[in-house]
Design a binder for this molecule. Structure first.
Ligand code: DC
Length: 224
């Protein structure tokens, strides 16, 4: 059986990470949440008062950032400079600044370099916005995930509430749509569907159905 790269892209809160994590588990592959890397970088910028418009300050900050993931049971935890930041990177404070930070080319170059190194041995499932178009344009399987914006906002509200955060549906939906707009219209590696991606609309699909569908698609590529 050969190893493959699975590239999963799509809009915010479509369930990309959940699908990617579930698929990686089924295949016994490594899951890389690239959004978490942009979020951890944003958290560092916010906590250290890095001016997003100051290219020198951004370069210096990038040299001081080290991000890694650790598996704990069936959870993947994001670490920033050795500290567990998994909860901090999911707050509205970070969500509101992450898309502007992700427009900075120096930031993208640093993240893409790391992601390509992590996927060198293949056997990886990555989710993000530019995986099938920029990070791994030759990925064997590319998926583009979509869902109705109201359903996406509802799912995100539930997720944040489960984590004990107080959230408002309207604010969450506005943030999702704003991020989609910034992510799709930025000059450097905008979010777009790769020509050879398979589109999956998760609006009316249960997680199990989504997983079964992507697992079959992955097996086809692996056994080919
Ligand atoms: O997947 P997420 O919602 O956690 O991602 C947070 C932000 O990071 C998203 O709004 C855009 C940016 N991002 C990106 O530009 N490229 C990626 N590969 C992943 C995320």
């Amino acid at each position: 059986m050969k190893n493959i790269i699975v590239a999963i892209d799509g809009y915010s809160s479509c369930g990309k990470s959940t699908i990617a994590k579930g698929l990686a588990q089924k295949l016994d592959y490594i899951f890389i949440d690239t959004g978490a890397m942009y979020r951890a970088t944003t958290l560092y910028f916010l906590d250290n008062g890095v001016d997003f418009n100051d290219s020198k300050a951004v370069e210096t900050a990038l040299n001081n950032i080290s991000i890694h993931f650790e598996k704990k049971g069936d959870q993947i935890i994001t670490f920033l400079n050795g500290q567990n930041v998994e909860n901090d990177i999911r707050t509205m404070r970070v969500s509101q600044s992450v898309s502007p930070v992700a427009t900075i080319s120096a930031v993208r170059r640093a993240m893409v370099r790391e992601q390509q190194a992590m996927g060198k041995l293949k056997n990886v499932v990555l989710d993000g916005r530019d995986i099938g178009t920029v990070v791994f344009p030759d990925a064997e399987l590319k998926l583009f995930i979509t869902a109705d914006p109201d359903i996406r906002a509802q799912r995100r509200v539930l997720e944040l509430k489960k984590k004990g955060q107080k959230v408002d549906f309207k604010a969450v939906k506005t943030n999702l749509l704003e991020r989609d707009h910034i992510d799709s219209s930025r000059a450097d590696s905008p979010l777009r569907q790769a020509d050879d991606a398979t589109v999956i609309d998760t609006t009316h699909l249960q997680l199990e159905e989504q997983l079964e569908m992507v697992y079959e698609l992955a097996l086809e590529k692996i056994e080919r």
